[in-house]
Design a protein around this ligand. Structure first.
Ligand SMILES: C[S@@+](CC[C@H](N)C(=O)[O-])C[C@H]1O[C@@H](n2cnc3c(N)ncnc32)[C@H](O)[C@@H]1O
Length: 249
């Protein structure tokens, strides 16, 4: 896990300027709209506010803010700077998703991308409990088991090319699980940055968590949520998803 300044994940610290170039804001529209639909379908209260936990560069927030008064929380100030540029009208919290007390609650919570950085079941429970405490009764949290143990593909490599203002960047990401018996896997990134014909190669290492779907479900219930589960295939991520309601009683 990185420190509060995010210094161990280069993508979220010295190389955070790359994030706006890795996937357009438009590419986040469909998944964000799907989450909005689920929130509106399952909420037992009128939903006016949303907290995006691990909001990163604010690409999801860009779509959420059309529907809700949207807030972001992230451990990396460099990523929050990206999010602020894209969403100057939103408010942000610099916090660790496992430990925070904002002294307020939200009508809905989106907990996605960054949950991959939780590497133990204890921290997963802590993260769910923190989110539960910040959700209003009758509100909804949406999360996805994107890297669940059942579906993790060994030694998978993807690459994406981005061209803008004289810079061409090739993002290469390799996922590898050295020990399928434990709860972690490695995500290794290589960035080929070509500026005015000059090549610069940077690399990055992220330790991530992988848990069985049963573990997700049990910990969400233990945190206090009423959970409705959707199978993979029901959403853009092609991952099992959980709609988590905080009971009114
Ligand atoms: C892939 S990015 C999220 C991108 C985001 N969905 C967007 O719309 O731009 C993952 C984020 O998780 C954040 N993160 C990782 N560990 C965290 C923690 N313990 N608490 C809060 N944020 C964390 C990183 O700083 C990073 O910004």
């Amino acid at each position: 896990m990185n420190g509060k300044n995010g210094k161990y994940h280069r993508l979220y610290s010295d190389l955070a300027w790359l994030w706006p170039l890795w996937g357009s804001v438009e590419e986040y529209r469909e998944e964000s709209e799907e989450a909005v639909e689920l929130i509106q379908k399952h909420a037992k209260i009128e939903v006016k506010t949303l907290l995006d936990i691990t909001c990163g560069g604010g690409k999801n927030l860009f779509h959420f803010k059309k529907h809700f008064d949207a807030y972001g929380l992230d451990i990396s100030n460099a990523m929050l700077d990206n999010a602020r540029k894209l969403n100057p009208e939103c408010n942000f919290y610099l916090e660790d998703m496992r430990y925070y007390d904002l002294k307020r609650q939200f009508d809905s919570i989106y907990l996605n991308d960054g949950i991959a950085y939780i590497t133990s079941a204890d921290d997963l429970l802590r993260t769910f409990q923190c989110a539960f405490n910040h959700l209003r009764a009758g509100g909804v949290m949406i999360c996805y088991a994107e890297f669940c143990k059942e579906d993790l593909i060994q030694n998978k490599t993807d690459n994406t090319v981005s061209k803008t203002d004289g810079i061409e960047i090739t993002f290469i990401e390799n996922i590898y699980d050295p020990d399928p018996e434990d709860d972690t896997f490695e995500s290794v990134m290589i960035y080929l940055i070509r500026e005015k014909g000059k090549l610069r190669i940077e690399h990055d290492f992220h330790l991530c968590g992988t848990f069985k779907v049963d573990v997700w479900r049990d910990l969400l219930c233990k945190a206090g949520f009423e959970v409705t589960e959707y199978p993979k295939g029901a959403n853009t991520f092609n991952a099992p998803s959980f709609v988590c309601v905080k009971s009114k009683y």
